[in-house]
Design a protein around this ligand. Structure first.
Ligand SMILES: Cc1cc2nc3c(=O)[nH]c(=O)nc-3n(C[C@H](O)[C@H](O)[C@H](O)COP(=O)(O)O)c2cc1C
Length: 276
C-alpha cells in the first residue's frame, strides 16, 4: 500500500503538514509505504485559461504539474490537507484545482482508490465552503474521498495539542494502511458527493451548488438527512471527461467557425480602448 500525503499549506510544519504527517506515520507503523510533500515544493503556475489541455490534451505550461499527477497515479491512497483561508481553501490548493482540467490526459476511473482529506480551520463557525473544494480536488486527482475530517486548530501547532484530533488522525492512518473501514462515520446530513454542508434551496429539493446532488428538502429540514432526490452529480474524472467532450470541445469548433468575426470585433475593441 503506497500512501501519498500532500499538504497545501505554505506553512512548514503547520497544522496541515502535522495532520498529514500524523496520518502517514501511523500508516507507516501499520506497514504502508508513505511519501509526504508540501504542495509549494512543486513549481505550479497559474492556469491561463488557454484551454489547450482541452483542445490538445496537454497543458503547455512548463512546470511540475505532470510530475505531481504521476505521483498521484502511482499512489494507492491519498491524504490531502489544506487550511481554510477566508472561508475557502487556501489559494495554493485552488491554484492546483484550476489546473486539473488537464485530467483529460489521465485515465478515467481511479475513484476506487481512497482519499482522506483534512480540512484545517481556526473556528467551526468560520469554516466556510472550503471542504467541498478540497474534496473535489481529491476526486479530480483520481481518488474517491472516503473521509473528510474537519480539524479545528487555531494557532501554530494546535493540532498536536488536542488528544481527540491526534487519535482520529492516527486511527485514520491505521485504517488506510490496512484497507479497512475509516474510523469517522459519514454524516448523513452532508452532500453524498462532495460532502458539502451548504445547499441551495429550490423547493421541493435542496441542491449542492458544488457537485449538483439534489436532496429532499423535507427530509433535510425534519431529520437533518440528505436523501437523494434523483441526482446527476458532477464529480470525478468520468464526469469531467463527459463535460470536456460534451461542452468544452464544441466551443473550439464554434470559435473556429466564427473566428474571423471574433478577431474583427476584438481589433475594433482594441482600437477603441487605445483612445479611451
Ligand atoms: C490568512 C488566513 C485566513 C484564515 N481564515 C480562516 C477562516 O476563514 N476560517 C477559519 O476557520 N480559519 C481561518 N484561518 C485559520 C487557519 O485555517 C488555521 O489556523 C489552520 O489551522 C492553519 O493551518 P496551517 O498551519 O496548515 O496553515 C485563517 C488563517 C489565515 C492565515
Amino acid at each position: 500500500m503506497r500512501i501519498l500525503g500532500i499538504s497545501a499549506s505554505r506553512r512548514k510544519w503547520g497544522n496541515s503538514e502535522c495532520s498529514t504527517r500524523m496520518i502517514l506515520s501511523s500508516a507507516a507503523a501499520h506497514g504502508a509505504e508513505t511519501e509526504f510533500h508540501r504542495l509549494d515544493e512543486f513549481d505550479l503556475q497559474h492556469c491561463t485559461g488557454c484551454l489547450r489541455c482541452v483542445y490538445k490534451g496537454r497543458c503547455p505550461l512548463d512546470d511540475d504539474l505532470y510530475a505531481l499527477l504521476d505521483l498521484c497515479e502511482g499512489a494507492d491512497a491519498l491524504v490531502l490537507a489544506a487550511p481554510v483561508y477566508f472561508l475557502c481553501m487556501n489559494s495554493t490548493l485552488v491554484a492546483l484545482m484550476d489546473r486539473l482540467l488537464t485530467t483529460d490526459a489521465l485515465p478515467v476511473g481511479g475513484g476506487e482508490r481512497r482519499a482522506v482529506t483534512v480540512n484545517l480551520l481556526g473556528k467551526r463557525e468560520w469554516r466556510g465552503v472550503g471542504r467541498s473544494y478540497l474534496n473535489m480536488t481529491a476526486w479530480l486527482l483520481g481518488f474517491g474521498v472516503g473521509q473528510c475530517l474537519d480539524v479545528v486548530a487555531e494557532g501554530p501547532g494546535d493540532v498536536l495539542m488536542h488528544g481527540v484530533n491526534c487519535e482520529r488522525l492516527e486511527k485514520t492512518g491505521a485504517a488506510l494502511a490496512a484497507g479497512t473501514e475509516l474510523p469517522v462515520a459519514r454524516d448523513p446530513g452532508l452532500c453524498p458527493g462532495c460532502m458539502s454542508d451548504f445547499f441551495r434551496i429550490e423547493p421541493p429539493v435542496i441542491v449542492c451548488p458544488v457537485c449538483g446532488y439534489r436532496g429532499d428538502l423535507g427530509a433535510y429540514v425534519e431529520r437533518g438527512v440528505f436523501e437523494d432526490a434523483g441526482s446527476k452529480p458532477r464529480i470525478g474524472r468520468e464526469w469531467l471527461k463527459w463535460h470536456i467532450d460534451d461542452w468544452l470541445r464544441p466551443s473550439a469548433t464554434r470559435y473556429m467557425k466564427r473566428r474571423r468575426e471574433v478577431l474583427r470585433r476584438m481589433r475594433d475593441l482594441k482600437n477603441a480602448s487605445a483612445h479611451a
